[in-house]
Design a protein around this ligand. Sequence first.
Ligand SMILES: [Zn+2]
Length: 176
Amino acid sequence: MELRLIGDPILRKRAKKVNNFDNIIKELTEEMFSTMYLYEGVGLAAPQIGVSLRLFIMDSREENGKKVVINPEIIEFLGEEVSEEEGCLSIPEIFEDVVRPEGVKVKYQDLEGKLIEEELHGYQARIFQHENDHLDGILFTDKLSLLKKTRIKKELNNLTQKGKKRSQELGSQVRS
Ligand SMILES: [Zn+2]
């Protein structure tokens, strides 16, 4: 699976709700896990592989840290705002501190369509928020201060040009 890079318009689209909990979705998530582990990521959202659906996977490498998350909603933000370094498989080689709430109360569906409601904290809450943003076309670099944005502007512009080019090459493969 080809990773979509910043500059690819699919990363800026609001993804569509998943309505069919079928084998296509199951196979898609399996492919996503292989891709995520290949690139040593901790989360991957469907738009990052060219599929505009409200679905992401994550694996914080902790107990119960591996999840398939479908049609997620953040019900409540919990705790204090904390600053932690983030990266993104769609924005390679850029790592910056991002401020986010420490915890979240969330609900989502699993592969069988079963509704799950839980509270996440720390690393899992951070991954969940980062991936959930992808489904609304938001990237972590959008959340940086003006100063940080200015500092990485050139690098980001270069990546965006590359991402645009790649999206044109991959364009016909977009599924939704
Ligand atoms: Zn990301």
